[in-house]
Unconditional design. Structure first.
Length: 153
């Protein structure tokens, strides 16, 4: 029996079998990784809350800065519009939302519109869950003005 006949009857060598098995496992793992990556891309990238908020944060700060400048320039109605935009952009129950509502309420009170001021001051009070803003004196002042106006009618 020659060597060529012995090889054909014994099959493939053990070393070659090991290499083929290893390459098969590596190929399988690569395909699993590829399909996993494709499946995660199909689902689409999830935007985190912080990624969404960053542009809003910058825009909110811009509105706040413009509102402050308008307020300091005596343009109270225009400043109110800016602070209402800030209020709309803030998270419900946040201190920034409460401060924006307080500013709007204060501006309305300065303009003599206590009815509208009270709406915003009450919004500020509800948003300020830690009760850090000094809202009560302005609320009391506006309530007194509203009550005196109604009692005179």
């Amino acid at each position: 029996m020659t060597n060529s006949e012995k090889i054909s009857t014994d099959g493939v060598s053990k070393k070659l079998k090991a290499v083929v098995v290893i390459l098969t496992v590596v190929t399988f793992l690569a395909l699993v990784a590829l399909f996993t990556k494709l499946a995660s891309k199909q689902a689409g990238p999830k935007q985190t809350r912080s990624a969404i908020q960053k542009p809003d944060l910058y825009l909110s700060n811009e509105y706040k800065e413009v509102g402050t400048r308008l307020m300091n320039s005596g343009l109270k109605e225009q400043a109110i519009d800016q602070f209402i935009k800030v209020w709309n952009m803030q998270k419900i129950g946040s201190l920034e939302r409460a401060k924006a509502a307080q500013t709007v309420g204060g501006l309305y009170a300065d303009m003599g519109n206590c009815q509208e001021a009270l709406i915003w001051l009450f919004r500020a009070e509800v948003s300020d869950t830690d009760k850090t803003l000094p809202l009560q004196p302005l609320i009391d002042s506006c309530l007194a003005k509203v009550r005196s106006t109604h009692s005179q009618q």
